[in-house]
Design a protein around this ligand. Structure first.
Ligand code: ARG
Length: 395
């Protein structure tokens, strides 16, 4: 019998899928579950087998996610609106793993649990076929036309045990928790506190705390003067920043498929790390570097959001980002206070900050030379306005 490899989370949709694929499409199902956050792999594996998967493969890919994906995002200051791309960046890793497991097991079909209304279907399908264009991708949720209630019915009828998924649609990994659906879809109401699990809403937070993060070549290498790998810095920061109200994002998002949606995210570590990284960059890179980098960062973020991780343009940008981060080394001290991040100190051996010149008290900078600079600098703008007579005050 033909086999399908199902990217299995253990939730309602993908659990129903194990049965549905077998029943409707006549394929045996092998599940693949990746731990990118805090999945209980053993429990999910048991469940897949109980529902009828012929095999259930699991992998802990957290470290790989941090080292091969998040490190590149930190270099590129990845952000879409205010969203640090936590779900978006995990999809190509899932696609990569799915393709290699499929090939190892002679499977030609990969199934995913995304709906037909979101970005994730695009990310999975573009990524999987960019890695192997022979693999057929199926998305049962797009085809089966079941409401949530009908799915629950189907699950009951087939003895599929699903503990209630809760009121929201959640996707989470170490870089963030995405929350959609239910009352969030009503954009005229405040978000209920029960949406938040990682971040204490700022109005409940206490006196705040100071932290320090050290970067080497654009990557965090120590937290509060303790050396740690990136994964552990992220894990610790999710707790520290979360309890200080940092990382709640509440935004209207423009999806690739042309729909606006209301999205809530909890991204405490991501928010801190990206902010600290930008502080250090602003100290170390000159204006030209910052301008070019800002453009590339923006392109990088849009392409990652839009599912194009495996496009060659991303590789070129990753090279640029790596070299731009070569000197992003130093320490950032921050105070976290009721959802705010306050800069308390910055140092870098490559700092371009020149105290002797910029300070208000002493004068090694000849202020009179600025006049000559301005005389020449202003010419272009003045001439444009004179010739085009665009300003009414010009006679
Ligand atoms: N809108 C986000 C994105 O496109 C997150 C989607 C997360 N999915 C969910 N079931 N909450 O990356």
């Amino acid at each position: 019998m033909e086999k399908a490899l199902l990217l299995y989370s253990g939730g309602l949709d993908t659990s129903v899928m194990v049965k549905w694929i077998k029943e409707r499409l006549g394929m045996d199902v092998v599940t693949l579950t990746l731990d990118i956050g805090n999945s209980d792999l053993d429990e999910i594996r048991e469940k897949a087998l109980k529902i009828g998967a012929v095999d259930a493969i699991t992998m802990d890919v957290k470290k790989e996610f941090a080292d091969n994906y998040l490190s590149k995002e930190i270099h590129a200051n990845g952000i879409y609106g205010e969203y640090p791309l936590s779900t978006a960046l995990a999809r190509p890793l899932m696609a990569e793993k799915a393709v290699s497991v499929a090939l190892e097991n002679d499977i030609n079909v990969i199934a995913h649990g995304s709906t037909g209304k979101g970005n994730d279907q695009v990310r999975f399908e573009v990524s999987i076929n960019a890695l192997n264009d022979k693999i057929r991708v199926i998305a049962p949720v797009r085809e089966w036309n079941m409401t949530r209630l009908e799915e629950i019915e189907y699950a009951k009828k087939n003895n599929i045990y699903v503990k209630s998924d809760g009121k929201y649609s959640i996707d989470e990994n170490i870089w963030g928790r995405s929350i959609e659906g239910s009352s969030i879809e009503n954009i005229n109401k405040p978000v209920d506190d029960d949406a938040f699990e990682w971040v204490t809403p700022p109005y409940y937070c206490g006196a705040g705390e100071s932290i320090s993060i050290e970067f080497s070549n654009g990557i965090p290498v120590s937290l509060n003067n303790k050396n740690m790998d990136l994964l552990n810095i992220i894990k610790n920061l999710n707790i520290i920043a979360g309890r200080n109200g940092i990382g709640i994002i509440n935004m209207i998002e423009s999806r690739l498929i042309g729909l606006k949606s209301h999205e809530i995210y909890e991204c405490p570590a991501a928010t801190i790390i990206l902010k600290a990284h930008r502080y250090l960059e602003s100290l170390v890179l000159n204006r030209n570097e910052l301008a070019i980098k800002g453009y590339v960062d923006n392109q990088w973020s849009n392409m990652v959001y839009n599912g194009l991780w495996f496009d060659p343009a991303i590789n070129h940008m990753n090279e640029f980002e790596r070299s731009s981060n070569e000197y992003i080394t130093g320490k950032v001290n921050l105070k976290l206070y009721k959802g705010n991040i306050v800069l308390e100190g910055l140092e870098s051996p490559y700092s371009l900050y020149d105290y002797d010149t910029i300070n208000y008290e002493t004068g090694i900078f000849d202020q009179n030379s600025s006049k000559g600079f301005i005389d020449i600098y202003k010419n272009e703008t003045i001439r444009s306005n004179r010739i085009k007579k665009t300003l009414t005050v010009i006679h």
